[in-house]
Design a binder for this molecule. Structure first.
Ligand code: ASP
Length: 343
């Protein structure tokens, strides 16, 4: 009997110790007044591929973009405004696969996808396959705020953008030497490989932003040109709410980048939120589970990419399973972090 009581005591001590340790791990960070994270795409971003000069150019653009959002948030602006205006800077740059720098389709056009979500109302807007809207993220926002729908595509979306007074440009505006050469390379590689080459060789550079504002509202947005050489009106995860973008004030805001087909099948952004909501995982644990375990479990680990995310306490996460991801964070103290490579 005495032995049984002694063993029970040992067992209870071990479990209570374990619980304490878990609690330490789970303890939320101090709540931030606001915070913001951006990405400029995940992929084979290796130090040896990027000259010092180019690295500085990417750093400067990431900093310029995130400071736009930071200034909105520090002055009490909304997370939706911060997300939209930050993404404008990235869309207006030819460095990324979004807006101006969008990749080319097989038909030598540029077709944009974008989405945005408001974590307070769970309202969302998305546009797919537009060719003339200068800032697709603003179209996504206009759809969210000024239509009874969530997603528009193609010429109808362009007509709506015009009616909303958004800037419409000649499709030639989106021509960049870099993206056109990438198309030529991918097409040539396909010829060399007798059409067996993976069309996803040149797909990265999507942009995204997640933010928490001083009112505790989360928002997320994503904008992309999709995949080089895409055909048949292919749409990736970026404009799909729950895959490329998701925000919910009860959990987190997420923007994805990577091989869209896998991100759609794994419902990446919503899955991270659901793991927090239903399984009580922290944001870091949830993002890790989805990006490092769930995605790689599909088709022998072909689902490469990453996410940026913020939870309702302002904790920031940048999780990716690729060699690198263009990324930056700023917190309410004004601390700036910029990253590109895995470490
Ligand atoms: N997710 C995007 C797509 O599949 C591409 C990317 O993030 O680079 O369209």
């Amino acid at each position: 009997m005495q032995k049984a009581i002694f063993l029970l005591f040992i067992f209870l001590s071990i479990t209570s110790c374990k619980k304490k340790v878990e609690n330490v791990v789970e303890a939320p960070n101090q709540k931030a007044e606001f915070s913001i994270v951006i990405h400029g795409g995940a992929g084979t971003i290796l130090r040896e591929h990027l000259s010092t000069e180019n690295e500085a150019i990417y750093r400067a653009k990431l900093e310029e973009a995130i400071r736009v959002g930071y200034n909105i948030l520090v002055n009490g602006g909304s997370s939706i405004d911060a997300v939209e205006k930050t993404i404008h800077v990235l869309e207006d740059s030819s460095l990324f696969n979004a807006g101006k720098g969008a990749v080319f389709t097989n038909a030598e056009t540029n077709e944009h996808d974008a989405s945005i979500m408001d974590g307070k109302t769970l309202n969302a807007g998305a546009s797919a396959g537009t060719k003339t809207v200068k800032n697709p993220i603003s179209l996504a926002r206009a759809i969210m705020e000024h239509s009874p729908h969530v997603m528009f595509s193609g010429s109808g979306a362009e007509q709506f953008a015009e009616e909303q007074g958004l800037t419409i440009v000649d499709p030639k505006y989106f021509f960049t030497e870099k993206s056109f050469n990438a198309l030529k390379r991918v097409k040539q590689a396909q010829v060399n490989a007798h059409y067996n080459t993976n069309i996803n060789d040149s797909k990265f550079g999507t942009v995204g932003c997640v933010a928490l504002d001083k009112d505790g509202n989360l928002a997320a947005g994503t904008s992309t040109g999709g995949m080089t050489n895409k055909r048949w009106g292919r749409i990736g995860d970026s404009p799909i709410i729950g895959a490329g973008t998701y925000a919910n004030n009860n959990t987190c805001a997420v923007s994805s980048t990577g091989w869209g087909e896998y991100f759609i099948r794994a419902m990446v952004a919503h899955d991270i939120s659901a793991l927090m909501e239903y399984k009580n995982l922290s944001l870091a644990e949830a993002a890790k589970e989805v990006i490092q375990n769930k995605l790689p479990s599909l088709d022998d680990g072909q689902g490469d990419g990453g996410v940026i995310a913020i939870d309702k306490l302002g904790n920031m996460v940048m999780e990716f399973n690729t060699a690198g991801m263009f990324r930056a964070t700023m917190n309410d103290k004004g601390d700036l972090y910029i990253g590109m490579f895995a470490n």
